[in-house]
Design a protein around this ligand. Structure first.
Ligand code: SF4
Length: 319
């Protein structure tokens, strides 16, 4: 992704005044084949918009998306359709993402037919083997989504995502709507499938424990921008951006069922409307300096494979 920009017009207030918000503000990163990039940040930071934009579920307003060297940004729809089966998405809510009127068989057959992958006689084998890969059984094919638990529904959604044998999957908070007891099972399944099908993931979550579990690289997003990105070990051993430190200072409590809590109240998060001209974290930063209010810090590499957008670190080199 290169300098990806996405804006939306929103109406607010009793007079419906229109504002422009920018959930993606020149976002750039490279994701290597077979790796997982975990994107973490508070609600409203733009991570879901990022996930949808990289697979062109919505068109960016600026920047470029490259997939295997092909610029997807302005690729005609007809050309893009040929690539579509290589990139899929698993949504957060398995209750609303599956059509309640379709059986599991029909849900899984649909992408096969859309992409003209197999004959009708061959598709059954692929559906049954894919169900097995996600931990479901052949007898489940004739059932409807409401006959399954939340975890099983998410397994169906994952089966639908992998049935076209894609190379890249966006996982948009795939466990956050599930019971804690089921979350670990789904995370283990995603890890297994990644190896089995040589998948590349863009994994979006607000939950640091799941991000750490699956990611090779972590990107921290704040108000539509990546403020820090680096190899997972590097980020965990040396968090540089004050916002990353704030997020990760929310150490998990001893009870594993207790979710991490952010230390700063959500009401303090500035709005995507009227973004400040300088550092987006200025209002909340305890280290802010006069220049932070005037200039926006660029994402700069300060360590091998580790970049940060903060003036505190720009003149430093870390090892
Ligand atoms: Fe804080 Fe300034 Fe760094 Fe922004 S650039 S995070 S305001 S020190």
């Amino acid at each position: 992704m290169k300098k990806l920009v996405k804006t939306f017009a929103v109406k607010r207030g009793i007079f419906g005044k229109q504002f422009v918000i920018k959930p993606l503000n020149e976002v750039s990163f490279t994701l290597k084949e077979g790796e997982t990039l975990g994107v973490v940040g508070e609600s409203g930071c733009g991570k879901t918009t990022l996930g949808r934009t990289v697979i062109r579920l919505q068109k960016p307003d600026g920047g470029a998306i490259f997939f295997n060297g092909v610029d997807l940004t302005n690729l005609p729809e007809k050309e893009f359709r040929k690539l579509r089966r290589n990139m899929q998405i698993v949504f957060q809510d398995p209750f609303s993402s599956l059509n309640p009127r379709m059986t599991v068989y029909d849900i899984l057959a649909r992408p096969i037919r859309i992409h003209n992958m197999l004959s009708r006689s061959q598709e059954r084998d692929l559906i049954l083997s894919t169900l097995e890969s996600v931990g479901l059984k052949s007898e489940h094919v004739g059932r409807f989504p409401h006959e399954f638990s939340g975890g099983q529904r998410q397994r169906i959604a994952i089966a639908r995502a992998i049935i076209t044998r894609p190379r890249f999957i966006v996982l948009d908070e795939p466990t956050s709507a599930l019971d804690v007891s089921v979350q670990a099972q789904i995370m283990n399944l995603l890890k297994k499938l990644k190896q089995e099908f040589k998948l590349t993931y863009l994994f979006i979550s607000h939950d640091l424990s799941v991000i750490k579990f699956l990611s090779d690289t972590i990107a921290v997003m704040y108000l539509g921008q990546i403020v820090e990105i680096g190899k997972t070990e590097s980020i965990l051993s040396q968090m540089l951006h004050p916002y990353t430190q704030m997020l990760f200072s929310s150490i998990p409590l001893p009870d594993p069922k207790t979710k991490m809590k952010f230390t700063v109240d959500v009401s303090e998060i500035p709005s995507l409307i009227n973004l400040p001209p300088g550092c987006p974290f200025f209002e909340r930063c305890q280290y802010r300096m006069p220049e932070c209010d005037r200039n926006r810090p660029a994402l700069a590499e300060v360590k091998e494979n580790h970049s940060v957008a903060c003036f505190l670190h720009h003149s430093k080199v870390y090892t």
